[in-house]
Design a protein around this ligand. Structure first.
Ligand SMILES: [Zn+2]
Length: 163
């Protein structure tokens, strides 16, 4: 997992040198310390509602095909980057410790759907999609490098990953 986190850190630095990446249990970010928490296990299906908001946002500019070009964890990561990088006028009014709860395990699908319609969630997703659309080569490079490291990590733990 060390290697996975190392790659996320390298990727984050390319986007914004102030952002730090920490290992944890769910996708979230901390606006007071500019940290993104990356979960140790990714690939569960609780992020379907999140992925549908990405798809809708991409479709606005005719870029919906991009959704399959990158793994779900890249979209999650970019969304968290969005919380920390979006323009000041869209910055979240409340500084909460964890402003995000993408895993949302145990939440109903309706609750998740409503959650991603919150303005702070929509603006983070919008930032993520705009960034990916404008930096496809960079994102593809890190997608490939990070997925390789996840696979190695899972293999060493005798786990398998679907994608
Ligand atoms: Zn969020």
């Amino acid at each position: 997992m060390k290697e996975v986190i190392r790659k996320y850190r390298e990727f984050a630095k390319r986007i914004n040198p102030d952002i730090k990446v920490i290992k944890g249990f769910e996708w979230c970010c901390y606006s007071d310390t500019a940290e993104i928490e990356v979960p140790q296990i990714v690939g569960d299906n609780s992020i379907a509602a999140f992925m549908s908001t990405i798809e809708k946002q991409l479709a606005k500019s005719g870029n919906q095909a991009l959704i399959d070009k990158y793994d779900n964890f890249i979209w999650c990561f970019m969304h968290e980057m969005g919380h920390l990088c979006k323009p000041k006028k869209y910055k979240d009014k409340l500084v909460r410790n964890a402003i995000d709860r993408i895993s949302l395990l145990g939440f109903s699908s309706i609750a998740r759907f409503l959650y991603y319609r919150l303005k702070e969630e929509r603006t983070a997703t919008q930032w993520a999609c705009d960034y990916v659309i404008n930096n496809q080569k960079l994102v593809a490079k890190y997608n490939w490098e990070i997925v390789r490291r996840y696979k190695k990590y899972y293999k060493n733990m005798n786990l398998t990953i679907d994608n």
